[in-house]
Ligand binder design. Structure first.
Ligand code: ATP
Ligand code: MG
Length: 363
């Protein structure tokens, strides 16, 4: 049996280099492997759970995210792109799953817990919207509606996959039918890529935190952001010994640099270990490592910016892709919804056996 792959992003901003190393790069590799179907969802309904007061932010980033996808090389011939809220079966599936999860279980979810703090829902005047607390269930509906077996994600999404697996197990058990497929998360192999920190040193680069290097940043913006990056506060003079742990420039070099980059841009060093050693010893300035990081990032981003420009000039193509993909996604999700309703015995009009049973009762 071939895999179905599903993954997605919230249209809350343009995509950043954390998305690139944590997920996009892997998707581009995955699209050239064997699978039955590869879906990428723009999770606008999920984005609204914590941006309900700002729907125009979500609306304005749908095409932006599509442009980012295409600019990194995701291929519409291999991948089906769709908009979450336009797939009508998803909220209905979510509603049935809501009976299989306790309120306590939802609020125990570590990602939900930390996002509650992050979004300020723990302040007295705000409170946690039901829709927000419920988003792990809605995500389970997204994954299972497409019978996804592989879900490429960043580390912060692991609790969501765990929640989905619990729902799959519970649904198939309660309704005594193997309707839902068990999904597996697929994480990046490089540890620093699991959760790339922000340029401000925050432990996660995130659109909502404003600490991002965007894939669409121009050369000047990239330079300014790298220049302003946090390094090691104890490394004042070039000759001072420095720390590489917690030094974001080195974290990014861990994520992005290769030996080929050293040959090309910094031939005095063979690899990152040698560079780190020199920094620890003292005598290596921040400017030099930042310039090296800039060269690497610039080389990565130039073709991405160019591809983006092409699609910016062909927006109707992009819009059509999304429309066609969403139609196709509806076909898949409708089919699963029918199977779900059948397993639950609520397929009153789509299955003749309901009426036959009633007839028999009154024979
Ligand atoms: P928001 O702040 O709105 O939540 P985000 O930047 O966290 O936005 P999402 O759309 O929530 O982005 O995440 C999309 C995917 O990218 C998820 O699989 C997530 O795990 C991954 N991801 C997001 N940020 C990072 C990061 N800094 N490092 C690695 N992966 C990431
Ligand atoms: Mg997020």
């Amino acid at each position: 049996m071939k895999n179905i792959i599903l993954t997605g992003d919230r249209p809350t901003g343009r995509l950043h280099i954390g998305h690139y190393v944590g997920s996009l790069k892997q998707r581009v590799e995955l699209q050239n492997t064997e699978y039955e179907k590869f879906f990428i969802m723009i999770a606008d309904a999920q984005a609204l759970t914590d941006n309900y007061g700002n729907p125009s932010k979500v609306r304005n980033h749908i095409i932006e995210v599509m442009l980012d996808y295409l600019s990194v090389g995701l291929d519409p011939k291999k991948v089906t792109f769709f908009i979450q809220s336009e797939v009508k079966a998803l909220p209905e599936i979510t509603a049935y799953y809501m009976n299989l999860v306790t309120l306590n279980r939802l609020l125990r979810n570590p990602t939900v817990k930390s996002e509650i703090k992050l979004r300020g829902f723990d302040h007295e005047d705000k409170g946690i919207p039901v829709g927000f607390a419920n988003y792990p269930i809605s995500q389970a509906a997204d994954i299972t509606a497409f019978k996804a077996t592989i879900v490429p994600v960043g580390e912060d999404q692991l609790p969501m996959i765990e929640q989905t697996r619990e729902i799959v197990k519970s649904f198939n058990h309660v309704y005594e039918k193997e309707v839902l497929m068990m999904p597996e998360p697929l994480l990046s192999e490089n540890e620093v890529c699991l959760r790339l920190p922000g340029t401000d040193g925050n432990n996660k680069m995130s659109k909502s935190l404003g600490n991002c290097i965007y894939l669409s940043d121009d050369s000047e913006t990239l330079k300014t952001k790298i220049k302003g990056m946090y390094t090691d506060p104890t490394h004042v003079k070039v000759s001072d010994p420095g720390h590489v742990e917690g030094n974001i420039v080195f974290t990014y070099l861990d994520a992005f640099s290769t030996e080929a980059d050293f040959k090309k841009f910094l031939p005095d060093y063979k690899n990152l270990d040698e560079l780190k050693e020199h920094y620890r010893r003292g005598g290596l300035g921040d400017m030099k490592i930042k310039q090296f990081l800039f060269n690497i990032m610039e080389e990565l981003l130039i073709p991405i910016r160019e591809k983006r420009k092409y699609y910016e000039a062909h927006l109707s193509e992009v819009f059509e892709m999304l429309k066609k993909g969403t139609e196709e996604a509806n076909g898949y999700a409708d089919k699963t919804l029918l199977e779900i309703k059948e397993a639950m015995g609520i397929d009153y009009f789509t299955n003749a056996s309901f009426f036959d049973e009633q007839l028999k009762k009154y024979e």
